[in-house]
Write a protein that binds this ligand. Structure first.
Ligand SMILES: NC(=O)c1ccc[n+]([C@@H]2O[C@H](COP(=O)([O-])OP(=O)(O)OC[C@H]3O[C@@H](n4cnc5c(N)ncnc54)[C@H](OP(=O)(O)O)[C@@H]3O)[C@@H](O)[C@H]2O)c1
Length: 231
């Protein structure tokens, strides 16, 4: 995998960080994207300490000009993997959810992956085995109360992934929605304070699954699926 290149959004923490570690450990050159430079720098240092290679590129996935700046930086090369992991959450009743909150969740969880994929497609098309992995959620597949706006975006991401997978078949680019159940990350710690961590999916297990997906032979793909903890 020495010549393989991945872009990972949300790489500064949680699942994105674990995915960056896994891919870098397998010899992939990882480009770490997210809003907070210091978090990305820390992950890059951890990867360098384990003889991996990483590039820090701060960006906000809701801002097309910032995504274009990443494209411009990488334009002479190619990308083999785009992992759309950046996201935000909201547990709130329908009554309390504001129009602004809905717009924000839409921008981060749905528009962001769309813009990232669209912008980087010319570079993915240069790969001989490209993958776009969209990190959905159990709410992409199942309905729960108090998460209507988040659920709308994560089911939207499932639809986006399926339609993109169809459209990009001629390019042999696999697009897969990976939908984790409750996972042991900072997002979950904030959403469910005091949760029994033994009931959560370790982010490393999700990273291993991402590695399995991107390692499939060219022309082989898999449909969207849930990854959950047995407990
Ligand atoms: N934890 C769970 O139980 C769970 C379950 C199912 C699905 N998920 C999904 O898994 C993904 C990763 O979440 P996580 O659990 O690993 O939480 P996390 O540790 O909070 O990671 C989310 C990352 O997204 C980045 N981010 C947020 N808004 C961004 C933006 N506008 N532009 C660029 N980066 C942005 C954050 O960094 P900055 O703030 O520095 O930008 C952060 O590093 C999310 O899509 C989430 O919806 C989580």
């Amino acid at each position: 995998m020495a010549d393989k290149i991945a872009v990972i959004t949300g790489a500064g923490s949680g699942m994105g960080r674990a995915i960056a570690h896994k891919l870098a450990g397998e010899g992939v050159y990882v480009i770490l994207a997210g809003r907070t430079q210091s978090k990305l720098e820390t992950v890059a240092q951890e990867i360098a300490a384990q003889a991996g290679s990483a590039l820090v590129h701060p960006l906000d996935v809701t801002q097309d000009d910032q995504i274009q700046a990443l494209f411009n930086r990488l334009a002479n090369g190619h990308i083999d993997m785009l992992i759309n992991c950046a996201g935000d959450w909201l547990i709130q009743s329908i009554d309390d959810t504001s129009a602004e909150a809905i717009d924000h969740l839409y921008a981060v969880n749905l528009k962001g992956p769309y813009l990232m994929t669209k912008a980087l497609l010319p570079l993915l098309r240069k790969s001989n085995n490209a993958s776009v992995i969209n990190i959905g959620s159990v709410t992409s597949m199942q309905s729960h109360p108090q998460v209507t706006a988040y659920t709308a975006m994560k089911t939207g991401l499932r639809g986006l992934s399926g339609s993109m997978a169809e459209e990009l078949k001629p390019d042999k680019i696999r697009v897969v929605l990976l939908a984790p159940g409750p996972a042991d990350t900072p997002m979950r710690a904030a959403a469910s304070p005091g949760v029994d961590r033994s009931t959560l999916v370790p982010p490393e297990a999700i990273a291993d699954m991402v590695w399995t997906l991107v390692s499939l032979p060219q022309g082989i793909t898999i449909s969207d699926f849930l990854i959950t903890r047995i407990h």
